[in-house]
Ligand binder design. Structure first.
Ligand code: GLA
Length: 500
């Protein structure tokens, strides 16, 4: 949580501007709500001297960057900085900032790490990819791993790294960074907010062990409407995205400031389980998302009813699909009121471009029956779009909750994994795989290491098809994997587990 200079100021930043924002972080009260980082984005670069040492921009930051970091620290805040994995920054390309040419980390990894973290004292770095992608065509994993080794060598173990590659970069990212951007740059507009949410819907499996999908800096307090701001902040909170405010902290509109200070929403963003809500239902542009909070598999959860369309939507979700049973009390995180669900479904009308977010508490938590493919972990997934045949989540309107996993199989590791398949008692179950038939596909189902090859029994034609097999689940968590070593798998919609 914090603030970043980019959304409002782009490269037009300077010493007094950043200091005013630092001071406003405290005087606005936002610091007391947990906003902690002040991130100086692109625009601070000056020049490299004869030994390659970077200097701050002499006109914009005449007192240098250490002085900025010191001021941030003196107020009990943390300091963040920006660079690029290649040799040129994005600002040098898109904002024609000449100082960004040669300012990136390429060829200066150890020197810059020493300067930024040991000498200047910054605590966080966002590492962009403009130079590395456009100019040098480097490999992402190798490039970021090398930069990480340079950062590790500067003797501090508390530096946070953000990978800014504008798409989910691959599961390797969690060895390097605590967060990674999953989309191109956010803009101060509704279509941008809607698009980023949709990109993040199938990525909950990668938000784990304190590593987060970064939905980009907030556009709250700028030009979005009140309901669009609710969607923006509410979804960033329930999806556990970093919350980096992007507006001018000295003049935040009252309503926006109130939203940014919504302690109940902040609590589900900063929840100790640090999970990302996942989609349980999609109909007509309306989504239901849910996640565990406080304690895994307890009777308390967070739920969002999100209407992404421009007309009213009646959203009805069965309580059993939220794994809840008995009396259910819901607490609205926008108006802070409680109500009771008096049927076996939660039903609400949601205005256009709006969201309702609840903390729900049920008498009983029940075992899940369905596991969507878009909740699964795909070890070989990335969204870099370099090879079209790589495993991916693909939108499919005939699939429940809106997605399938396509291009799985062909090798053992190119698999779909549900790590947390839960059974409270364990025992005999029917496991059904829902898939879309095509010719020449194979499927192996591996439950807790026991493999069953279903390739010969798969349909080759027709609509969505179900194949069922008996399995044994352990009491507690189980590991279910779909793969195929030799052939591609068909597109997978979901699995279902029913007690026999
Ligand atoms: C890229 C990033 C942005 C911002 C700019 C700076 O576009 O994605 O968030 O940091 O570079 O130039």
């Amino acid at each position: 949580m914090g603030w970043s200079s980019w959304n409002t100021y782009r490269v037009n930043i300077n010493d007094s501007l950043i200091r005013k924002q630092v001071d406003a972080m405290v005087s606005s009260g936002l610091k007391d709500y947990g906003y902690e980082y002040i991130n100086v984005d692109d625009g601070f670069f000056g020049f490299r001297d004869s030994v390659g040492k970077m200097h701050a921009h002499p006109l914009r930051f005449p007192r240098g960057m250490k002085s900025i970091a010191d001021h941030i620290h003196s107020l009990g805040l943390k300091a963040g900085l920006y660079s690029d994995a290649g040799s040129v920054t994005c600002g040098s390309i898109w904002d024609k900032d000449p100082e960004g040419i040669g300012a990136g980390l390429y060829g200066h990894e150890f020197q810059d790490a020493e300067l930024y973290f040991s000498d200047w004292g910054f605590d966080f770095i966002k590492i962009d990819y403009c130079g590395a992608g456009q100019e040098l065509d480097l490999d992402e994993k190798e490039r970021y791993s090398f930069i990480k080794s340079a950062i590790d060598s500067c003797g501090r173990d508390d530096i946070d790294i953000n990978i800014c590659r504008w798409a989910f970069p691959g599961t390797w990212a969690s060895d390097i960074a605590s967060s990674w951007r999953i989309s191109g740059d956010i803009t101060d507009s509704w279509p941008s907010i809607r698009k980023i949410i949709e990109k993040n819907l199938p990525l909950s499996a990668y938000c784990r062990d304190s590593h987060f999908n970064d939905m980009d800096m907030l556009e709250i307090g700028r030009s979005l409407s009140e309901s669009e701001e609710r969607v923006h902040f509410g979804l960033w909170c329930i999806m556990s995205s970093p919350l980096l405010i992007g507006c001018d902290l000295t003049s935040i509109p009252v309503k926006s400031l109130e939203l940014l200070k919504n302690t109940e929403l902040i609590a589900i963003n900063q929840d100790s389980l640090a999970l990302q809500a996942y989609p349980v239902q999609k109909s007509d542009g309306a989504w239901v998302l849910v996640k565990d909070i406080i304690e895994k598999r307890s009777n308390k959860r967070a739920v969002a009813l999100y209407n992404s369309t421009d007309t009213l939507r009646r959203i009805a979700v069965a309580l059993k699909d939220l794994e809840l049973d008995g009396l259910v009390i819901i607490h609205d995180l926008f108006n802070h009121r409680d109500s009771v669900v008096d049927s076996d479904s939660l039903i609400r009308t949601v205005p256009p471009r709006d969201v309702l977010i609840y903390k729900v508490e049920a008498q009983r938590r029940v075992d899940p029956v369905i596991y969507e493919a878009e909740w699964a972990y795909l070890p070989m997934f990335n969204d870099l779009g370099k090879r079209r045949k790589e495993i991916r989540y693909a939108e499919n309107n005939e699939a429940s909750a809106g997605f399938v996993v396509a291009n799985g199989g062909g090798q053992f590791g190119n698999s779909i994994i549900w790590q947390d398949v839960f059974s409270s008692d364990g025992g005999d179950y029917d496991l059904s795989v829902f898939y879309f038939p095509v010719e020449n596909r194979g499927l192996e189902v591996i439950v807790n290491g026991i493999s069953i090859d279903l390739s010969r029994s798969l349909e080759t034609k027709g609509n969505e098809t179900i194949i069922t097999l008996p399995v044994k689940l352990n009491k507690g968590y189980n590991h279910v994997m779909l793969t195929c070593r030799t052939m591609w798998m068909p597109d997978i919609d979901k699995i279902q587990l029913v007690r026999r």
